[in-house]
Design a protein around this ligand. Structure first.
Ligand SMILES: NC(=O)c1ccc[n+]([C@@H]2O[C@H](COP(=O)([O-])OP(=O)(O)OC[C@H]3O[C@@H](n4cnc5c(N)ncnc54)[C@H](OP(=O)(O)O)[C@@H]3O)[C@@H](O)[C@H]2O)c1
Length: 278
C-alpha cells in the first residue's frame, strides 16, 4: 500500500538480494524479466518446461552477477509447483516475490472448438498453475511480507472475441488474486496484477486452435506491437513499488474507462483490435 512517506523509500534497492520465483522464464516476458532482475542482483528461481532454454537464460542471468536456479516444471501439475517452491526455499532459504507468468492461449471462435481437453489445459496452466504455486509459496511469502505478481492480460479485464477460454482463465486469475490481496493486506503481502495488451512473443505462434493444435504462425502483426523489453520496463517500477495493478496501453485504459458506461464501445474496440491484428 502507498503512503505519504513513500517518497522516502529508495525503491531502486527493493530488489537487491531478494529471492524471486518467475514461471514461464524460458521465453518472452518471463525471460526478459529474469534478465532485467539479474541486473538488480536478485536471487532467481526460473521455471518452465524447456530445460535447455532455461539453462540459457540462467547463464545470461549469472553473467550479470546474480544467482540463478533452474527448475524444469509443468505448472499444470501440483507436484511440480511444490517442487519449484521447495527448490527456492532449499537454495535461498525463503521467497520474497512469486511471479505467476507462465501462460498459454487459444485463438479460435468458440463455435469452432472441438477439443474440450485443450480448453481445460488453458485453464489448468493459466489459472490452476498460478493458484497451486501461490498455495505452496504462501507461508514463505507471509514470513517475508513478500509479494505475489500475476501476469494476466487485458482479456482478464474485458471479453475479447476468439479468446473466450483465455479470457475466462485470465478473469479467474484476476478474481482470485484481487480476493487474496484483501485477505493478505494485514499480513503484509502485496498482490500486483499486470494487464498487458499485445506484446511480441511466441505466445500466439504457440496458441492452440479449436482442435488443440498450435497455430504455428501469429495472427498478429508482431512487429507493430509492444516489445518484451518495453513490457518489462513498464512492469518493473510497478512491481518494485508493490502497486496494485498495471494496465499497459492508453487504448486499454480508455477502453476500460468507457466500459463503465458504454460497454458496447469497448466491445467494438476489442473486435477491431482482433480484426486488425494489433
Ligand atoms: N504476449 C502477449 O501479447 C501477452 C499479452 C497479455 C498477457 N500475456 C501473458 O504473459 C505471460 C507470458 O507470455 P509471453 O507472451 O511471454 O509468451 P511466451 O513467449 O509463449 O512464454 C510463455 C512462457 O510460459 C511457459 N509455459 C507455458 N506452458 C507452461 C507450463 N505448462 N508449465 C510451465 N511453463 C509453461 C513457456 O515455457 P515452456 O514452453 O518452456 O514451458 C514460456 O516460458 C502469459 O501468461 C501470457 O498469457 C502475454
Amino acid at each position: 500500500m502507498r503512503c505519504d512517506t513513500d517518497f522516502l523509500i529508495d525503491y531502486t534497492k527493493m530488489f537487491t538480494n531478494k529471492t524471486i520465483i518467475i514461471t514461464g522464464a524460458s521465453s518472452g516476458i518471463g525471460k526478459m524479466l529474469a534478465i532485467r532482475l539479474a541486473e538488480k542482483r536478485m536471487k532467481l528461481v526460473i521455471a518452465a518446461r524447456d530445460k535447455q532454454r532455461l539453462e540459457d537464460v540462467a547463464k545470461v542471468c549469472r553473467s550479470k552477477g546474480s544467482e540463478a536456479v533452474v527448475v524444469v516444471a509443468d505448472v499444470a501439475n501440483k507436484k511440480a509447483c511444490k517442487k519449484i517452491v521447495d527448490e527456492a526455499v532449499n537454495t535461498f532459504g525463503g521467497i520474497d516475490i512469486l511471479v505467476n507468468n507462465a501462460g498459454i492461449t487459444m485463438w479460435a471462435d468458440f463455435e469452432t472448438v472441438s477439443n474440450l481437453e485443450a480448453l481445460e489445459q488453458i485453464m489448468q496452466v493459466n489459472f490452476f498453475g498460478s493458484m497451486y504455486l501461490t498455495h505452496f509459496a504462501l507461508p514463505y511469502l507471509i514470513q517475508s511480507k513478500g509479494q505475489i505478481v500475476g501476469v494476466s492480460s487485458l482479456t482478464g479485464k474485458t471479453g475479447i472475441p476468439t479468446r473466450s477460454i483465455y479470457a475466462a482463465s485470465k478473469h479467474a486469475m484476476a478474481g482470485f488474486f484481487d480476493s487474496l490481496r484483501i485477505e493478505l493486506k494485514e499480513k503484509g503481502v502485496a498482490v500486483t496484477m499486470i494487464y498487458p495488451g499485445f506484446v511480441s512473443s511466441e505466445v500466439r505462434e504457440r496458441a492452440l486452435n479449436g482442435e488443440g493444435i498450435p497455430l504455428g504462425k501469429s495472427p498478429v502483426m508482431e512487429k507493430e506491437v509492444m516489445t518484451v523489453e518495453e513490457c518489462v520496463r513498464l512492469m518493473l517500477p510497478v512491481i518494485e513499488k508493490r502497486k496494485r495493478e498495471l494496465v499497459m496501453t492508453t487504448r486499454a485504459k480508455v477502453g476500460l474507462w468507457l466500459k463503465m458506461f458504454a460497454p458496447e464501445i469497448t466491445d467494438n474496440i476489442a473486435l477491431k483490435a482482433i480484426k486488425k491484428g494489433k
